[in-house]
Design a protein around this ligand. Structure first.
Ligand SMILES: [Zn+2]
Ligand SMILES: [Zn+2]
Ligand SMILES: [Zn+2]
Length: 161
């Protein structure tokens, strides 16, 4: 018994924005939300994961030194340890050189270091990209001073690591 006719089709209330603020349809290219947390690795402390050690170091180089000094020790000080106790690693070596080079596998060392500001990078292309900012700074300075446009050979002759 559906005698009642369907309700009158009213056009829904249109909520068009005022003509003054005409905005094109939002075409979001990036799918990440605008307030995505930036990946800041710079301030993260590296935790030594050696057995029973709770030392934290600001970077891989210092952590490496800590491992060599505090955990590997030296023959001369009679505390040489040739077994890696990093996080149940258990690797044993017969020489101090071997264990110290092994330790690097546990440490995120960044071998590509900017000569200008000592920032370090894991990948060479990151360093290349970063070095450009110094190059541009350099050129900017030359624009400001009416410097002679002499090709500085030392600028391009930087050693390639
Ligand atoms: Zn430690
Ligand atoms: Zn190890
Ligand atoms: Zn730099």
């Amino acid at each position: 018994m559906s005698a009642s006719p369907p309700p009158q089709r009213q056009s829904p209330p249109r909520s068009t924005p005022p003509a003054s603020t005409v905005s094109p349809e939002p075409t979001k290219q990036d799918q990440s939300p605008p307030s995505a947390p930036p990946k800041e690795e710079a301030n993260a402390l590296l935790r030594c994961q050696w057995e029973a050690c709770t030392t934290e170091c600001p970077d891989g180089d210092q952590l490496y030194l800590h491992l060599c000094n505090s955990h590997i020790g030296r023959k001369s000080t009679n505390n040489l340890c040739l077994t890696c106790r990093w996080n149940n690693c258990g690797t044993s070596c017969s020489k101090r050189d071997h264990i110290t080079s092994h330790l690097r596998v546990h440490i995120p060392l960044k071998p590509h270091i900017c000569e200008v500001c000592d920032k370090s990078f894991k990948r060479p292309q990151d360093l290349k990209k970063h070095e450009k900012i110094h190059t541009e700074e350099h050129h900017a300075q030359h624009k400001h001073s009416k410097a002679v446009t002499v090709v500085d050979p030392s600028f391009n002759a930087r050693p390639q690591s």
